[in-house]
Design a binder for this molecule. Structure first.
Ligand code: PEP
Ligand code: MN
Length: 330
């Protein structure tokens, strides 16, 4: 249950304790949230209650029924969600590898008038023998290039030991598929007001995914964006299976903006353009695409990164779709 308290309410702590609720202190109101199994408020608290909302599962702050409109999130000069009709293009390499590589990426983005750069510096690899990322040095490179070009930086956090560094350097904190369950990360991201891009774990149900978002929301950060990036199925010809049915569910039942990541879903560059167009056609709030100046030598996810030319062609091909869909591709 979500309870909005009347301004000036006293005994908030007592009510929260009795209902086993989390207290969210919004600038204009105090909100209590407890388990969705709670359906009634004891009458003694009646005079404190402004409004309350009952749910059938612990998807509550993220539920469309709660706000009845998409949440609006500001990322640098851009807005997504709300009534913006914007689809944000976020592009860049899987990993930051050098200053030169990121400068090349920056000139591609400038050429296409895009301003959201993605690159990871703490890479959550499946093998300890693969490139693990440049760590804080990479974040410094990314920050420098983004500041110089007025870009917003999306960068991922691998574990809670460096979550504060990522919060400091990035404009949007990406929580990777393998880190989605890390409570240390979720709690740290709840304490900042920076937007958080939460990726769905590849073995995670939609309920578990949105409940992970609830940890951030109930901790006080309402700037959460969901990202579908493929789930594991029986299929081995592609890296993962992009769950577009899941995206339809998230669009219908949650109030959070949704970004799709076709690159990690298919895992092969040949399929990324078609898949990106399919994702865009779903009317989502953003697209996250891996692009590398020379994909063959990329230190991570080499098979799925588009070359700059492939990315240019893909971006061009989205423009007529944008007008057909009545969306602003930004
Ligand atoms: C990435 O974005 O480079 C990444 C590692 O993604 P995921 O967490 O979805 O595997
Ligand atoms: Mn990657």
């Amino acid at each position: 249950m979500i309870i909005h308290l009347k301004p000036g309410s006293k005994q908030i702590e007592q009510m929260a304790q009795e209902l086993e609720a989390i207290v969210i202190k919004d600038p204009d109101k105090t909100i209590l949230v407890n388990s969705s199994s709670c359906k009634e408020i004891p009458p003694k608290f009646d005079e404190m209650v402004d409004a309350f909302f009952v749910f059938d599962s612990d998807i509550q702050l993220a539920h469309f029924k709660y706000t009845s409109a998409k949440r609006s999130i500001h990322i640098g000069q851009n807005q997504i969600g709300g009534h913006s009709g914007n689809t944000l293009m976020i592009a860049g390499p899987c990993s930051v590898e050098s200053l030169e590589q990121i400068e090349q990426t920056a000139s591609l983005l400038n050429e296409l008038k895009l301003n959201c750069l993605r690159a990871g510096s703490f890479k959550p690899r499946t093998s300890p023998y693969s490139f693990q990322g440049m760590g804080e040095d990479g974040l410094k490179i990314l920050r420098e290039v983004c500041d110089k070009n007025h870009f917003s930086l999306f960068s991922e956090v691998r574990d809670s030991t460096h979550v504060n560094a990522v919060i400091e350097y990035a404009d949007v904190i990406q929580i990777g598929a393998k880190s989605m369950y890390s409570h240390g990360i979720l709690h740290a991201c709840a304490k900042t007001q920076k937007p958080v891009l939460l990726k769905r774990g590849f073995g995670t149900s939609l309920q578990e995914f949105v409940q992970a978002a609830e940890f951030i929301l109930s901790g006080g950060n309402m700037n959460v964006i969901l990202c579908e990036r493929g789930i594991r199925t029986f299929e081995t010809k592609t890296r993962f299976t992009l769950d577009l049915c899941g995206v339809a569910y998230l669009k219908e039942y949650t109030n959070l903006p949704i970004i799709l990541d076709p690159s990690h879903a298919i895992g092969y560059a040949y399929g990324v353009p078609d898949l990106t167009r399919a994702c865009f056609a779903m009317g989502v709030d953003g697209l996250l695409i891996e692009v590398h100046p020379n994909p063959k030598v990329a230190k991570s996810d080499a098979s799925q990164q588009l070359s700059h030319n492939e990315f240019r062609n893909l971006y061009e091909s989205l423009k007529p779709l944008a007008s057909a869909l009545n969306r602003n591709l930004i």
